[in-house]
Design a protein around this ligand. Structure first.
Ligand code: PEP
Ligand code: MG
Length: 758
């Protein structure tokens, strides 16, 4: 049987949303947009039928399906299946008339010279919409006859390890999925980004535009923080905009045609990407798209020579009907700013200042006061709970004050340098935990504001379903209820030290005063409170990790070793392995919890450096009779050494590795996480940190070891984007960030899925 050109290819302007079966979701969607008169770069699709006929006419179908029928949990078999499928498809010649039809269409596109984007577009019927089947291929800047090879590579991408694994998990075999390919003229974008026609979380009638220099890949992959514009839909008024530091961009190499990354020139790095007439055009385009599809859209756009192109439009499915629509950014008059630091816990509150200089002053903090202190310590937690807000001189986004205030839902501004000097007792102030400002004024919080901070944000009963688990960090057991309300998939980090430090005694002093039994029970009860709240969702409990300077402020602190640099000192697993008698009590607490039936409790070791640390920790667990075949245990990856020796740790038998990016960043960049002078250099998205993380994920995947993040950076959308694209198993975020991270993860997964099925 021979094929006509029309069977092999279909032009975008002949397609509509009903053509998914023929050209996949991506092809059909671009066809629909083109037919609706939206400015889509011209192109055509190689139909799904062509792929089917290719494997049948060349008689490779049986061999192909046999090769990919493997145990999806056996990574060696999966790897073999992928390379066998790739070999079969790439080494088999495409029937001549099919090849000709594709190249003829390409010649019609732009005199046969065009650079085109080639993307796979799998037919969607067989894939449940809440899962994602891994990445399929996209090739940019393809020119000439290599197009044919690229089309075949798109076909082969149906059989990557990840795609086979996901299909298998969803109960589909390789035979039931077809794949089309979209070929579209490249737009050499000078500027590009994403446009939400309504707020992606709250559904408010506000357009959000993200924009960066160069091709859109940098924005979509999360490798660049874009500028952000918020526009009132009704009036077109620009409500807010943030200009990001856009360190690099992606563009076409004029020599090779390849997509390359390069540094952005100094003057453009912090210059706004969009002119006001460009914003107007994007708003107009977004409004047309929303009208055409009759609902909020997430649009990918590109701008070249003043012309806007729309590269993709899809419905926003992340809008939370019950979302909190309060705009927390107060209208701050710059003249009134008394102190400025980092907005560490969101929300705007007002109250009288309480300067806390010594611990014995904690009693003077009453309900509704604003605590102003050099830095917070664990025994301040009861007072922090009473406070309306918290302001510190010292500390960054990962400081104790920042972590605990976020968990308590108390707005906080940290690292102001001198708030304790500038402010005075009883002075009425308003603090903005988003902007990081403390302003003069006794603006009473409204009832709504009080309510908001009394409880967690309203939760959507239908939380977004994500394939990547989104968990929550809990440092203080008191926050467990609030944490569970987020609908998180478990606790990614429960810090044990807060249970002990809040007793105001070092472990050794507590044991000396109250006995071993009381110490063990303190831990059991602390963990139980959280494990109950989350059961059967898993709760990852980290063994003790506090630097000696934190212990020093407690009773018994005088007995702690004096260290020149506690961050590089006697903490985490180092201390535990060095003091096995005290560590044994923590392990005993785990044994008791397991005996009590808390099979959702997992054990995590902090600050391990290599396989030897892990082996020694494992031996102590086994010596206590804990059956590691039944329990989930793992490590934190917090030092470059740990990242670089992850393979050895996997070989010791860990079930998971979790990135402690607070420490991993400080140790990789040699930037003290609590030092204000270098706070501007603390960058969890630094390429060196991301490179370590990416490599660890890859190694862990080959060893079937789950990966996660439990450092502060897990709450950042850019990091979530990076991690999901890298294939992380779970992300653990701060309580107040869980909802946003869930939406962000969903968005990235949908993007991956749509890249697969469109
Ligand atoms: C980390 O280092 O990222 C982490 C989660 O541990 P901590 O902040 O307690 O050091
Ligand atoms: Mg750490």
């Amino acid at each position: 049987m021979t094929q006509g050109a029309e069977d092999v290819i279909r032009w975008l302007d002949t397609l509509g949303s009903d053509d998914i079966g023929a050209v996949g979701g991506k092809g059909a969607s671009l066809g629909e947009m083109t037919s609706a008169g939206l400015p889509v770069p011209p192109g055509f699709t190689v139909t799904a039928d062509s792929y089917r006929r290719f494997i049948e006419e060349t008689e490779i179908a049986d061999e192909l399906f046999e090769a990919v029928d493997v145990d999806p949990d056996d990574s060696a078999e999966l790897a073999r299946a992928e390379s066998e499928a790739e070999r079969l498809i790439l080494d088999t010649e495409m029937p001549a008339e099919m090849r000709e039809s594709i190249l003829d269409a390409y010649a019609d596109l732009d005199d046969g010279e065009a650079f085109v984007a080639v993307r796979s577009s799998a037919t969607a019927e067989d894939l449940p919409d809440f899962s994602f089947a891994g990445q399929q291929e996209t090739f940019l800047n393809v020119q000439g006859e290599t197009l044919v090879e690229r089309v075949k590579e798109c076909w082969a991408s149906l059989f990557t390890q990840r795609a086979i694994h996901y299909r298998n998990e969803q109960g589909f075999d390789g035979e039931s999925v077809d794949i089309a390919v979209v070929v579209q003229r490249m737009v050499d974008a000078e500027k590009s980004g994403v446009l939400f026609t309504s707020h992606p979380s709250t559904g408010e009638p506000k357009l959000i535009i993200e924009a960066a220099w160069g091709l859109g890949e940098a924005v979509v992959s999360g490798s660049v923080s874009p500028d952000n514009y918020v526009i009132e839909r009704e009036t077109g008024e620009l409500l807010d905009h943030t200009v990001a530091d856009k360190k690099h961009l992606m563009e076409k190499d004029p020599e090779t045609g390849e997509t390359i990354e390069r540094a952005v020139s100094e003057e453009k790095r912090t210059a706004p990407v969009l002119e006001s007439d460009e914003i107007d055009r994007l708003v107009e385009l977004g409004t047309r798209a929303e009208r055409h599809y009759d609902g909020p859209q997430d649009v990918e756009w590109a701008l070249v020579d003043g012309e806007v192109f729309m590269l993709q439009s899809r419905p926003i499915t992340t809008i939370d009907d019950d979302a909190d629509v309060r705009d927390t950014a107060s209208q701050t008059d710059e003249n009134d700013v008394l102190a400025r630091g980092h907005g560490a816990s969101p929300g705007v509150v007002a109250g009288p200042v309480r300067i806390i200089r010594k611990l014995d002053q904690l009693d003077k903090v009453s309900e509704g006061d604003v605590i102003v202190t050099e830095e917070t310590t664990p025994d301040m937690v009861p007072a922090m709970k009473r406070a309306a807000g918290i302001v510190t001189d010292e500390g960054g986004m990962t400081s104790h004050a920042a972590i605990v205030s976020r968990e308590l839902g108390v707005p906080a501004v940290v690292g102001t340098s001198d708030a304790t000097e500038r402010l005075s007792d009883d002075q009425p102030v308003t603090i903005d935990g988003d902007k990081g400002t403390v302003t003069a004024g006794d603006v009473e919080p409204t009832e709504a504001e009080r309510e908001e901070h009394a409880d967690v944000r309203p939760q959507n009963p239908v939380k977004p379903m994500t394939a990547t688990e989104v968990k929550v960090n809990v440092s203080i057991p008191e926050a467990a209820h609030r944490a569970a309300q987020t609908g998180a998939d478990g606790v990614g980090l429960l810090r044990m030290e807060h249970m002990i430090l809040s007793t105001n005694k070092t472990p050794e002093r507590y044991i000396a005063d109250h006995g071993e039994e009381a110490y063990i029970e303190e831990i059991v009860e602390g963990v139980r409170g959280v494990a109950d709240e989350f059961y059967p969702r898993p709760v990852r409990v980290r063994t003790l990790d506090a630097p000696t300077d934190e212990f020093r402020q407690l009773e018994g602190g005088d007995d702690e070793p004096h260290e020149h640099n506690p961050m590089l000192g006697y903490r985490g697993i180092r201390r535990s392995l060095d003091r096995p008698e005290t560590f044994a009590h923590e392990i005993e607490a785990f044994s008791r919890l397991f005996e009590m039936g808390y099979d959702n409790v997992e054990i995590m070791f902090p600050l391990v450096n290599d396989g030897e640390d892990v082996r020694r920790a494992r031996e102590l667990l086994e010596a206590s009779g804990i059956d590691l075949d039944k329990r989930s245990w793992g490590v934190m990856v917090e030092t470059p050494a740990a990242a670089l020796t992850i393979e050895a740790m996997c070989e010791v038998g860990i079930d998971f590795a979790s990135f402690g990016t607070n420490d991993l960043t400080q140790y990789t960049l040699a930037v003290d996480r609590n030092n204000e002078n270098v706070a501007g250099r603390f960058d969890e998205l630094h390429p060196a940190v991301l490179s370590l993380i990416g490599d660890v994920i890859e190694t862990c995947r080959t060893h079937d070891v789950a990966t996660s993040i439990c450092g502060q950076a897990g709450s950042k959308p850019e990091m979530a984007r990076f991690l999901v694209n890298e294939g992380v198993s779970s992300i653990s975020a701060n309580i107040d960030a869980v909802r946003d991270v869930q939406h962000e993860v969903k968005r990235v997964e949908q993007k991956l899925l749509l890249d697969t099925v469109r």
